[in-house]
Design a protein around this ligand. Sequence first.
Ligand SMILES: Nc1ncnc2c1ncn2[C@@H]1O[C@H](COP(=O)(O)OP(=O)(O)OP(=O)(O)O)[C@@H](O)[C@H]1O
Ligand SMILES: [Mg+2]
Length: 238
Amino acid sequence: MSVDIRDLVVDRGHREVLHGISAHLPAGEITGILGPSGSGKTTLLRAVVGVQLVRSGSVMVLGVPAGAPELRHRVGYVAQSPSVYPDLTVTENVRFFAALQGHGPEAADRAMAAAGLDGVRRQLTADLSGGQLSRTSLACAMVGDPQVLVLDEPTVGQDPVLREELWSWFRSLAEQGRTLLVSSHVMDEANRCDRLLLVRDGSVLAHDTPSAVKASAGTEDLDEAFLRLIRRTSGEVA
Ligand SMILES: Nc1ncnc2c1ncn2[C@@H]1O[C@H](COP(=O)(O)OP(=O)(O)OP(=O)(O)O)[C@@H](O)[C@H]1O
Ligand SMILES: [Mg+2]
């Protein structure tokens, strides 16, 4: 089992924001985290990366506690807000992150090509478009070839062609046995995941394949399925 979350409770700002979440995320699969804004997606991802203070419960990644030093090069994280150096070019940024992990310029070249950045390699990241900037963050996180990839809304601001390419890339990484955990607001992306973790107000509403989620809600439309599940748990008639 690649990522194992058990009874995770997290407080942020003196308030409980995750209320006992449990989930197994197997290797070789893409798990999509979906939920309304403020439902706790980023908090959960941070806990898997090991940068979130947790009140109770556990998160095990590749058999050791999340955030353990030996995971440093085995977990890649792309935060919701891009984290690169604005005064460096794309190539300089990606090479810097490669070097930090003991990799040479070839690894940086591969990551930039896979992220669709070949056309802007010499540009300062401060001058990039939003989509280019998030792809640069993605390349920096992927450059060390991590086993576990945690991506917080990685396709926001990308055009449909690029989104398609990024998802093909994610799929090939999963097929190579990596574990991907991807948050999204976009339901057509959710359909591309092997399994969905639907969260609402810090609790799991459903954790299943997209088709099982749709079947249990009684609709072929994932947007509608999500709304019905939310209404059901709120005690309304679906
Ligand atoms: N640094 C913080 N201090 C206090 N509360 C916080 C902090 N960060 C997040 N929260 C609260 O924790 C809850 C979960 O936030 P989180 O960022 O995990 O949501 P999210 O599902 O990722 O939302 P979005 O879709 O908008 O990115 C929210 O109620 C938010 O206001
Ligand atoms: Mg978030």
